[in-house]
Design a protein around this ligand. Structure first.
Ligand code: FAD
Length: 321
């Protein structure tokens, strides 16, 4: 028997792994929305998340505002952006250029997505990338060409995972095969679509692990405080909201009551995912911080403590803004 390795006894390896915290933001659609978003960004920054995801319109329509937001996050905050990119609405050449631009800006995390197909049934241009898997391949090719500039580093590539069947997919088994294929193409981690039933995350992880998926699968949870938003998102994502939550939100008399109900339901979902071994919590914020911060407050995540220099960098940024 070999002697126990010193490495195995290092506190960084023997303690429970810290849980990652991330938020999702979308690019603002007006100057007023931008002002409110930056207020939210400053509030979220105080919680020192591990990264902040910035969505990308599947039509490529918000390409400029998305890239500008990512750029400003790098330049003006202590936050690390995870830039979403979609195959739909972009040629491979455009995507390769955007990936290069992101790397030049200092971005080291990309969420590779296919994007939703246009509702008008328009067919993708000849030569377009068909699946998220193709975008991962492209990101890895751009990365390889620039490996010297990246100090031989690596881009962290994330992908989408689905606790309930993707609307276009023939089965949940097929979704797992796709996730495995994305892992084989070089995905480093996955973030889940929203889900409303506590057992769905654990079930996804069990099925994925059984099939050979080893990458971290991070549950995406949305603060369930708005009836209208829950219904809209459920429709968009093709997921069934919990009827009892809808009833309770509909019966609530005022915003404070809806906030209380929604935060409790979200905390319960997130806690169920953490009990199932979730390596992080990804909060869909809808560019609002109040409910996200309340969820975070009640979750009491076991997070790692950042260095004093990082904490003072946040304080300096806040004094300056
Ligand atoms: P894929 O993994 O390519 O899958 C798309 C469909 O094709 C699925 O039905 C899959 O089963 C099937 N498929 C995949 N590969 C193959 C294959 N090799 N052979 C046969 N079938 C295959 N959308 C946006 O527009 N912008 C965003 O910023 C955005 N952010 C998101 C963030 C998260 C965390 C999630 C979960 C979703 C996000 N979406 C976003 C939505 C996403 O673009 C849609 O769900 C889209 O319909 C599928 O994207 P995907 O990356 O999962 O695609």
């Amino acid at each position: 028997m070999s002697p126990p390795s010193l490495i195995d006894h290092h506190p960084n390896l023997t303690d429970a792994a810290p849980v990652a915290l991330s938020y999702e933001l979308f690019p603002p659609r007006s100057p007023a929305a931008a002002e409110s978003l930056w207020n939210t960004i400053r509030e979220l920054e105080t919680t020192d998340p591990d990264y902040v995801a910035v969505t990308y319109g599947a039509s490529g329509s918000n390409r400029d505002t998305a890239l500008e937001l990512v750029h400003r996050l790098v330049q003006e905050t202590t936050l690390r952006p995870l830039a979403h990119l979609t195959c739909v609405g972009n040629t491979p050449q455009e995507l390769a250029e955007i990936i290069g631009e992101l790397l030049d800006t200092g971005v080291r995390g990309i969420l590779a997505l296919r994007g939703d197909q246009p509702k008008d049934g328009a067919q993708p241009a000849a030569g377009s990338l068909a699946y998220a898997q193709d975008l991962i391949d492209l990101i890895r090719r751009v990365e390889q060409r620039r490996s010297a500039l990246l100090c031989a580093g690596k881009i962290a590539v994330g992908v989408a995972a689905y606790p309930t069947k993707h609307p276009e997919s023939p089965s949940e088994e097929h979704d797992i095969e796709v996730l495995l294929a994305k892992q084989r193409s070089g995905a480093d981690f996955a973030i889940t679509q929203v889900f409303f039933h506590s057992e769905q995350y654990a079930d996804l992880v069990t099925r994925a692990r059984r099939a050979g998926v080893t990458i971290p699968i991070i549950p995406g949870v949305m603060p369930l405080t708005s009836l209208r938003r829950v219904i809209r998102l459920a429709e968009l994502a093709g997921v069934e909201p919990a009827p009892e939550l809808l009833e309770r939100l509909a019966a609530a008399d005022n915003d404070a009551e809806r906030l209380r109900i929604g935060v409790r339901a979200t905390v319960d979902l997130a806690n169920a995912a953490l009990e199932a071994g979730a390596p992080g919590i990804h909060l869909y914020t809808f560019n609002e911080h109040q409910s996200a911060l309340e969820v975070l407050d009640k979750l009491a995540l076991p997070r790692h403590s950042r260095s004093a220099s990082r904490r003072s960098a946040i304080a300096r940024r806040q004094l300056a803004s």
